[in-house]
Design a protein around this ligand. Sequence first.
Ligand code: ADP
Length: 496
Amino acid sequence: MKELSSENYLTNLFQFTNDLIHILDMEGRIQKVNPSWLNNLGYTLEEVKYKSIYDFIDANDRDLYKAYRKDVINGINTGCIEFTLISKDKLKIPVDGQVNNIFSGSGIFYTQAILRNITEKKETEKKNLEIQNRLTRFFQYAPDAVIVIDENQMITEWNLKAEIIFGYTYQEVHQQPLNEFIIPPAYRAAHIQGMKRFLTSGEGPVLNKTIEITAIRKDGKEFPVSLSISNIKIDNKWLFIAFISDISERKNMEESLILKQAELLQSQLMDKRKTDFLTVASHELKTPLTSIKAYTQVALNMVKKSSDEQLVSFLSKIDNQSSKLNHLVTELTDLSRIDLIRMDINKTTVNLGAFITDVVSSLQPIIQQHTIELKNIVSIELEMDTIRIEQVLINLINNAAKFSPAGNPIEISTALNNEFLIISVKDYGIGVPAKNQERLFDRYYRVTEISNHVSGFGIGLYIASEIVKQHGGNINVRSELNQGSVFSFTLPVQKV
Ligand code: ADP
């Protein structure tokens, strides 16, 4: 094989390289150009030989090239230059490269430029810049904080929302390491580790998912955020885009919800304890009370025959009082049943007239200071739990008696419309102030100004309303202070 002489070698290089080479004389006239130069600009050698190089340089770059070449000739500038050539078709061809001096053997001075066509590189750069600009515009007004960092965790984007959430302006953080701004010290090492791991192994467990974590504001305050990180490769380099929203408010709400639920559970527990206590207490009270009442009645019957008046009167009082006590204990038992939603309703069909007459005749002997009058009692057959509805009537009639002066009558009336039977108990007593009426059917509610001297727990009306509700009716009151009250409840009428 023939050895390549250095001259041959240079000629080969000149002929076949992709670089654009031109050699100019001192005046800037083209002496030589290589095939690549001609190809890139679309000329033949004849068309360019001895022409001024400036005819082929973009008008905007001519001065630049001239100054640069002058510096090279004067031995000042040995760096690179980037400028634009113009092709025969008037296309701009961006190039970069270097110019250097050559001396021919005959002492003539030339400059030689070796240039690279950078059209493609320029286009990629332009495209990347466009993407970058588009991203910037897109992120700037996003509803979340958007932060972009590069592979060295330097902040490159920081939108308006990030400024608002974190308190730093774009100028303060641009090209600064993210770690020092918003990441709490406890997470900093993990953050750097995670970045390193991704860049070396491609593993990024936090990428492309949403996590909840804390961040730090400029004022040093740590607060909860939701964070999603995406990664994109631009120009062969990774960028990491973090979308962050402040979730302090949501967290606060969640916390107060949990607190409320805990309070509710606590109060349900207390209620359950109270109910358990009521169940046990009323049972314990009921047993001795039943035997007191039984013995009193037996004793009463025995002494009635021997007609000892004082003893009869004492025993009657004991009997009366134990009836009252019995009523109260029944209320307590009912209350615990209602709380446990255990009140069973056993409906039977009764004749309304007969039913009300029965209830009144058993009550009248106990309520001796009032006359119970029946008015307009409609005669229909009705389905109801007689024990429960009797209880409602007894409660209402007892209240009418308790809260009206002796001697005033108590009136019981009924009315019928298409769907409901209405039963009303009317008294001419102290009445209920308008402001208290709404709460009368609440558990334990008593109108303190008027009921303090009258025995009761404030649960009779509550139980009555529960029983009525369970029958599918409702209960209400009309009352005027010092005039009296009407308590009415409805029961649905079954259509035959
Ligand atoms: P209690 O009678 O045991 O206090 P209730 O639930 O039966 O409990 O009644 C609640 C409150 O409603 C009573 O304390 C009283 O203040 C008021 N009230 C009930 N009925 C009447 C009435 N007929 N007249 C005036 N006030 C009444």
